[in-house]
Design a protein around this ligand. Structure first.
Ligand SMILES: [Zn+2]
Length: 125
């Protein structure tokens, strides 16, 4: 039983060591934070709505390429990707808490297993 738990624990840790997707594309170049409502400017650059709207109150050019911005359009697919990413992050945080609890239990089980093994070896000698 303890061995099965140990094997399970090893598989579990290996799965969680896998790389997570990058979030670089979700960062607003103005606020440097993950965008809530991404929109693309007429030049093609993408910003979070509140950041670019605040910027456009001061000037009418793109903060990256300096071209005049004529219009803004919603990036609905990107917005959905960000929503999914955030949900996944929340899920991962929860799983991480569960994993830490599991690691604690596994460590205890492993120590008990070693102790039992030592007793067994002692008795059979
Ligand atoms: Zn631009």
């Amino acid at each position: 039983m303890k061995t099965i738990l140990l094997v399970g624990f090893i598989i579990f840790t290996k799965i969680y060591a896998m790389d997570m997707p990058q979030s670089q594309d979700f960062i607003c170049p103005i606020s440097m934070e993950i965008m809530e409502d991404p929109i693309s400017a007429s030049c093609g650059h993408i910003f979070d709505r509140k950041s670019i709207e605040a910027w456009l109150n001061e000037q009418n050019t793109c903060p990256i390429c300096r071209k005049i911005i004529d219009f803004l359009s919603s990036e609905t697919i990107l917005r959905e990707k960000i929503r999914q990413y955030k949900l996944n992050e929340q899920k991962m945080a929860l799983e991480n808490t569960k994993r830490q609890a599991w690691e604690k239990v596994s460590q205890q089980l492993f120590e008990e297993f070693c102790s039992d093994l030592r007793d067994f070896v002692r008795k059979t000698q």
